[in-house]
Design a binder for this molecule. Structure first.
Ligand SMILES: Cc1cc2nc3c(=O)[nH]c(=O)nc-3n(C[C@H](O)[C@H](O)[C@H](O)COP(=O)(O)O)c2cc1C
Length: 173
């Protein structure tokens, strides 16, 4: 899948088939995170892959905004170095790499939770100097979402040409 097509079509997936994801796809998804660029190339991140069903069930209980982690084929806990001022930006880029890499192979995912997931950290044995900023469930989507459509602000509302307020549309060569 071409990169723009993946960006254009990827949606947040919250409902997964029972079908497992094979290890080579899991590895590619994690590789895409590892290979992502970070501020000053510090790579202040760790990615904990969880496939154990009991652990996924526990995660589903701990992440109140992501109970569907329990149904995922696997989940990735993303933890950043608490001392890194750019940790969230770096992790966000790595997360997007994983979302797009997965999507290009027909695997859906989403970002669940936010900083301070200490209960998830303790469940997974993640050291206290790291902060769990996201838990990402992955799996084959159970259904087509929103008829494949995205709800986004119009280009005119968010894109500007040369100066704020000047519309971009019609300005590009
Ligand atoms: C920083 C961040 C945190 C998010 N947290 C959650 C969450 O806790 N639970 C959830 O179901 N979705 C979460 N999302 C997913 C957003 O709700 C989703 O990206 C947005 O609604 C757009 O969805 P769409 O791409 O399917 O249109 C989060 C997204 C981001 C970027």
């Amino acid at each position: 899948m071409e990169v723009f097509e993946a960006v254009q079509t990827a949606l947040a997936v919250r409902d997964f088939q029972r079908k497992p994801v094979d290890d080579s796809a899991i590895l590619r998804i994690i590789e895409s995170a590892r290979l992502t660029g970070s501020s000053m190339n510090q790579q202040p991140w760790h990615f904990v892959v969880v496939q154990n069903r009991d652990t996924l069930t526990e995660i589903g209980k701990l992440v109140s905004s992501g109970p569907y982690n329990a149904q995922a084929a696997f989940a990735v806990a993303v933890a950043i170095d608490r001392s890194s001022p750019f940790g969230i930006s770096d992790a966000s880029r790595a997360i997007q790499s994983m979302i797009l890499t997965a999507w290009s192979e027909g695997i859906g995912s989403n970002w669940t939770g936010w900083k301070g997931m200490d209960s998830v950290a303790s469940l997974l044995g993640i050291p206290t100097e790291l902060d769990v900023v996201a838990v990402m469930p992955f799996g084959y989507p159970a259904r087509i979402l929103n008829k494949g459509k995205k709800r986004r602000k119009k280009l005119l509302e968010v894109a500007h040409s040369e100066r704020f307020g000047q519309p971009l549309i019609g300005q590009l060569p």
